[in-house]
Design a protein around this ligand. Structure first.
Ligand SMILES: Cc1cc2nc3c(=O)[nH]c(=O)nc-3n(C[C@H](O)[C@H](O)[C@H](O)COP(=O)(O)OP(=O)(O)OC[C@H]3O[C@@H](n4cnc5c(N)ncnc54)[C@H](O)[C@@H]3O)c2cc1C
Length: 366
């Protein structure tokens, strides 16, 4: 049985970013995915737009701002052929939204200029999503088209499908969390569709109103361009076929933003985002809920137990819950996770899985 120090399960943007940073620290690393290509689930479906979060100051906005700065610099420095930092025009949906934008002016984390009917942010970018995942994992050993059905622990080692041994596992499985039976994770799938169209319209930057419209990219036909439009939202749907009704919805919303001359739909992409209950992502070690509750049954009745006493799964880490901002959050969080594993750098309590466990015990275990 082949053995690795680290096995990452899931080769979307979360797993691919983790593989990139982890490969700087170890030579014994395997990246596994049931799909036959990397970045072929939600990550391949994504637009993928990088844009600031607007709003009054709050912790989630701070996280998105920090991650957006980190990830944009990271892509520009290392994968400049996968990012187009063309800027994004954010357009208020209606008068009420316009008032909101106005009230956010003092809390903008990025420079902007008022332009046409919206607010133009230079920091806005669009990513070639699947190509980025491929480039991030270019030098990484991979096992693709390989579904993990069985994950168990024998002494200090993890055994995968009775075929591969790993000292450490990092779960980056996105909306499919069936490998780990822990209800407190509370991952909810939000399925979505994006389309690529061919059009004669030339846009120099991205737009965002009720959907996002990318800048125009060259096509193989003279005076015709490729534009990405995303995305639809189907809450609590893990899997679904791409379809015309979502396409029509996207075209309608896009034509409320820009004029699309001679639009011809080229490709439809679909996938499920993985959202957590509180919209914050989760990275770090996982708590074994049954062992912890066995040890401290009075937790069910609200007694305080220090987090350091929780029973953790040994050598098992998770990186999930990046929701609709996987391309903004992943490089930043992957770097944080790898620093936690190798340098013992603390992870912010807002993104540790512990907070979800504590809430779950309070709510469902009385
Ligand atoms: C239509 C759409 C538009 C989007 N637009 C944007 C955007 O503009 N900007 C942005 O930042 N984000 C966007 N997102 C969100 C972004 O795509 C996600 O946040 C991100 O892709 C999640 O990455 P992930 O690696 O967690 O999951 P995934 O990309 O889903 O990867 C998880 C992988 O794990 C594998 N896996 C699961 N279980 C197993 C198993 N048992 N064995 C082997 N392999 C397994 C799966 O095959 C999959 O490849 C969009 C998403 C969608 C669907």
């Amino acid at each position: 049985m082949k053995m690795y120090d680290y096995v990452i399960i899931g080769a979307g943007i979360a797993g691919s970013s983790t593989a990139y940073f982890l490969s700087k620290k170890t030579d014994s690393l395997l990246l596994i995915d049931k799909k036959t290509e990397v970045g072929d689930a939600a990550s391949g479906a994504a637009g993928a737009f990088l844009s600031p979060l607007l709003g009054k100051p709050n912790k989630f906005k701070d996280l998105v701002t920090t991650a957006l700065k980190f990830s944009t610099n990271f892509y520009m420095k290392n994968f400049s052929d996968c990012i187009d930092n063309c800027g994004t025009l954010r357009i208020p949906k209606d008068e009420k939204d316009e008032e909101k934008f106005h009230s956010y002016k003092d809390s903008m984390d990025f420079n902007y200029e008022q332009k046409h009917n919206g607010y133009f942010f230079k920091i806005g970018s669009v990513i070639k999503s699947q190509k980025l995942c491929q480039n991030l994992t270019k030098d990484i050993e991979k096992k693709l088209g390989y579904e993990i059905k069985l994950l168990c622990q024998d002494e200090n080692l993890w055994i995968i499908n009775d075929q591969i041994k790993a000292k450490n596992i990092i779960l980056c499985t996105g909306a499919d969390v069936s490998l780990i039976d822990e209800s407190y994770l509370g991952i909810r799938p939000v399925w979505g569709q994006r389309i690529d169209i061919k059009t004669k319209s030339l846009f120099k930057y991205n737009y965002h109103k009720e959907c996002s419209v990318s800048k125009s990219f060259e096509s193989d036909e003279k005076d015709h361009y490729i534009v990405s439009i995303g995305a639809t939202h189907h809450r609590n749907v893990l899997d679904k076929e791409v379809d015309n009704s979502d396409t029509e919805q996207l075209l309608k919303k896009a034509s409320d933003i820009v004029q699309l001359d001679g639009a011809e739909v080229l490709n439809l992409y679909g996938g499920a985002r993985a959202s957590s209950m509180d919209y914050f992502p989760m990275i770090g070690k996982l708590i074994d809920s049954s062992k912890t509750l066995q040890e401290y049954p009075h937790m069910r009745h609200g007694s305080f137990v220090d987090e350091s006493k929780f029973t953790m799964y040994e050598n098992l880490y998770i990186f999930n819950g990046v929701g609709g901002r996987g391309f903004v959050l992943s490089p930043y969080l992957a770097n944080e996770l790898v620093n936690y594993i190798f340098e013992h750098k603390d992870i912010d309590s807002d993104i540790l899985p512990n907070r979800l466990f504590k809430r779950w015990v309070k709510k469902y275990n009385k």
